[in-house]
Design a protein around this ligand. Structure first.
Ligand SMILES: C[S@@+](CC[C@H](N)C(=O)[O-])C[C@H]1O[C@@H](n2cnc3c(N)ncnc32)[C@H](O)[C@@H]1O
Length: 230
């Protein structure tokens, strides 16, 4: 996807490198930072996580999947809301998935929490397995084809009428966009690139309908929260 694009069709560094190459580097980098990543979640993502949860309609007893848990801060929030349900998570990085699983079992006290190292493009769950799917700050790290593949996977594993809560990095602040572009050039496998503007049409192509669309600002860091219904 090109900078500022509103479609997912233009080539980018992700397409040029090939998804397999970039995904291998992404897994490696996120494995390395898994112990310190909670600081970044606290500084940049916490507010958008709370907004997404307040809109996602998650209730106790549901079957909920978080895709790309990172170090598990949102996962524990979900598990805390869902003590008698089932909360599943996946992350490409084995260290992130292991940390998420360990801390959820220890701190959230939910009966059924499962987190495993899995690629979001192809998930080991049956069709319609979940009442809700949550995915925060993943799509920036995927190539254009992988974004569509992942959105289709999330659609497949959701039950009819189930909700997808998606959080993206906002593109509404020019100065932030410049900084992000620099970060993305220096470490594309860690920062990815902003894709927020191209995601609403992609969600609709994948047969979701958007119910809520909110901008959230935490310090200088912009996010966009979208809730979509299957
Ligand atoms: C920017 S972090 C966001 C973590 C967390 N969702 C949050 O809100 O703080 C992105 C996470 O996506 C994971 N990831 C990247 N590519 C993935 C893929 N193809 N499948 C599953 N997880 C992936 C990374 O390992 C990393 O933990």
């Amino acid at each position: 996807m090109s900078r500022g694009s509103t479609t997912l069709s233009s080539p980018s560094a992700f397409e040029r490198d090939g998804f397999v190459g970039i995904a291998g580097r992404t897994r490696h980098i996120y494995d390395l930072v898994s112990g310190i990543y909670p600081v970044s979640t606290f500084l940049f993502h916490e507010k958008a996580h709370k907004v997404a949860l307040s809109l996602a309609g998650i209730r106790d007893g549901m079957r909920v999947l978080e895709v790309a848990t990172g170090s598990g801060e949102m996962f524990r929030r979900i598990a805390g809301l869902n003590p008698n349900g089932m909360t599943c998570g996946i992350d490409l990085s084995p260290n992130m998935a292991a940390r998420t699983q360990r801390l959820a079992r220890r701190r959230a006290g939910a009966k059924q929490t499962h987190c495993q190292a899995v690629d979001a493009r192809s998930m080991p769950f049956r069709d319609g397995s979940f009442d809700a799917v949550v995915c925060c700050y993943l799509l920036e790290l995927l190539g254009s084809d992988a974004i569509l593949q992942t959105l289709r996977e999330m659609h497949r594993v959701l039950r009819p009428n189930g909700r997808l809560a998606l959080v993206l990095i906002g593109q509404n602040h020019p100065a932030f966009n410049v900084l992000y572009r620099v970060g993305g050039k220096l470490a594309p496998a860690f920062w990815g690139r902003q894709v927020e503007k191209a995601i609403p049409p992609a969600i609709e192509v994948c047969d979701f309908s958007i119910e809520h669309d909110r901008k959230v600002q935490q310090g200088f860091y912009p996010s966009r929260v979208m809730i979509a219904r299957k």
